[in-house]
Design a protein. Sequence first.
Length: 382
Amino acid sequence: MKTIYLDNGATTKICPAAEAAIKEANEKFFANPASIHHAGIEASKRLERARKTIANTLGASPEEIIFTSGGTESNNLAIKGLSFQNPSKKHIIASKIEHDCVLNSCKWLEERGYEITFLDVDKEGFVNLQQLQNAIRPDTLLVSIIHGNNEIGTLQNLQKIYEICKKKKAIFHTDACQSFTKAPLSAKMADMITINAHKMHGPKGIGALYIRKGIQLTPLAHGGGHQQGIRSGTQNVAAAAGFEAAIKEAQKQKKQIKNMQNLRDYFIKSALKIPNSTLNGAEGNSRLANNINISFAGVEGESVAALLDMEGICCSTGSACASKSLDPSHVIMAISNNSHERAHGSIRFTLSASNTKKEIDFTLRALAQAVKKLRKISPLKR
Ligand SMILES: Cc1ncc(COP(=O)(O)O)c(C=O)c1O
């Protein structure tokens, strides 16, 4: 059975350029980049080249880029590191549709005396800018709002959010794991930006946090003082080289974003022909180029995904990290006025540039059949 992989929001296949860069770095630059001998210096140069590419991509300077193990660590470092550094300000704002690693970092701080405001979103998943402005107080330290939502694909207007935060003197962090290289993103849009490699055909286990010069974070891991003391631990030169190669590859293939958008819109238009189906999230340029999320009334998303899997199609319900949980998606609940039916009936397909129209047509047929079959036996039948 041929696999049709439509779960690129969970992770992507590493691209050949990233694989080659990792192999080369493992062979030529295996030394510890903190070592002072010539091999260490060469490894350090290779690492710094990767850091510079990431910095240039965001319009930042290399000293503002800290490598981490991925999106989860970058988000934890931004939120907890900033909070520990500024104990006099104990109010944080996040949206209700953040990734679990932001939500749970905030909730962890809440249990330790912080006050967290979780902002509502509208039916497409947008934060209300007026509500944000009203929520920022003199003791607000941080606003953390996801750029491209991992479940429903809605892209927030970072410029407008950042303007409000600057005016009201709150630091603004955004989790851009899903949008990095798929939507315009730069250091002009936030004070701190989380990115990772495995959502854009780079290796797993590496990410970065952009931290605007002047912002101090308390480290979460203490050790040898690597990376300006913000993130100790021997740096992974090969993973950084793979991350860099994946970015360069993505930059070469900008027109593929347009193709993905077209395939996405074709998928959405065709899938919405299935009766009683609802698109979750925004449309057009306000949606991640590769994200499709639809709820089918009267069926469980998990059951649809299981039937599709039997046809070789990989897709998901909720986010990859929470998809083993039977709790309804907090994101769909937030956009649907807490509709359990809509949350349980949702299913997400996330494309990569290598998906074809033939694969999508096959998936659409299998999807229509799966929904029809499940509705016939559904106790929720209308
Ligand atoms: C929006 C978002 N933030 C953070 C993460 C976590 O990233 P990582 O898997 O690199 O820790 C993910 C991945 O699931 C994500 O989609």
